[in-house]
Design a protein around this ligand. Structure first.
Ligand code: CP
Ligand code: NVA
Length: 300
């Protein structure tokens, strides 16, 4: 049976632990000669721009011995009206896995339901699970543990934080989210986490969330596809910035995280993102290692 990775909860806590261990092996150079996916072809179907996701997958796929086929979805017949269902059935005859970045999450559900190969979510409007994998590895590396780590997410209740809520459920991270009213994370994802006893809460005060945090995390106020909302959202998010004052409320050894790309001067200042407490480049690097471990787990 094929296994998809559409949201972080497609992994069990045990599978996540195994994946982190394998990512660490890849990172440390163990097994550097192993090419477990030799002869395989993996499609990268992107309908939004990308720097990290695209290049880390493409490089990682090469390192695993497989080939990556990158295509903007507008260049497929999909862009001229061929159905997702037919696209899924046809590509299943050529490829061994598809990584897709798109808008509505339902598109990847439909793709997965009609494919016989694993589908990996490279970001939708609702989830960014590959980012969360790298974030979890980064926190484990920097803090030496996951359970009980106090993480404060300051900003928009978007795809990144939706996946971080699921990360909290899987790992026991204690997540406090501060966002303006009306910009909360997805209600179903939040309620599901709470019903499982996960330590996740939503506040409006960034100061309250940041107090004594081990990890401060933020993301852009305007996600891809929301460009029309720029002026309205910028006003709403004044005060939801990770700056030196906010960092001073967290623990002295707190780390600062951002999935990137950053809008410097909006959700985070230059001073903070370039500081010694910032781990944003480690996060970006860990995309490569965790995604290699993920593909090795999914692709047969
Ligand atoms: N963090 C992340 O997914 O970056 P890209 O949009 O550059 O892929
Ligand atoms: N929330 C951002 C994440 C980019 C990696 C977006 O969807 O644009």
């Amino acid at each position: 049976m094929k296994k998809d990775f559409l949201t972080l909860l497609d992994l069990t806590p045990e599978e996540l632990q195994a994946l982190l261990k394998r990512a660490d092996e890849f990172k440390s150079g163990k097994d550097s000669s192993a090419c477990p996916l030799i002869g395989k072809s993996i499609g990268l179907l992107f309908n939004k721009t990308s720097t990290r996701t695209r290049i880390s997958f493409q490089t990682g796929i090469y390192q695993l011995g497989a080939q990556a086929i990158y295509i903007n979805t507008n260049d497929l017949q999909l862009g001229r009206g061929e159905s997702i269902e037919d696209t899924a059935r046809v590509l299943s005859r050529y490829l061994h896995c598809i990584v897709i970045r798109t808008y509505e999450h339902d598109i990847i559900n439909t793709l997965a339901q009609n494919s016989t190969i694993p589908i990996v979510n490279g970001l939708t409007d609702l989830h960014h699970p590959c980012q969360a994998l790298a974030d979890i590895l980064t926190i484990q590396e920097k803090k030496g543990r996951l359970k009980g780590v106090r993480m404060a997410y300051i900003g928009d209740g978007n795809n990144v934080v939706n996946s971080l809520i699921e990360a909290a459920s899987l790992t026991g991270i204690d997540l406090t989210i501060a966002c303006p009213r009306g910009y909360e994370p997805d209600r179903t994802i939040y309620d599901n986490a709470r019903s499982k006893g996960s330590k996740v809460k939503i506040l409006t005060s960034p100061d309250e969330a940041a107090k004594d945090a081990d990890v401060l995390y933020t993301d852009v106020w305007i996600s891809m596809g929301q460009e029309k909302e720029i002026e309205r959202k910028k006003k709403k998010f004044e005060g939801y910035q990770i700056n030196s004052r906010l960092v001073s409320l967290a623990k002295p050894d707190a780390i600062v995280m951002h999935c990137l790309p950053a809008h410097r001067g909006e959700e985070i200042t230059d001073e903070v993102i370039d500081s010694a407490q910032s781990v944003v480049l480690d996060q970006a690097e860990n995309r490569l290692h965790t995604q290699k471990a993920l593909l090795e787990m999914l692709v047969r």
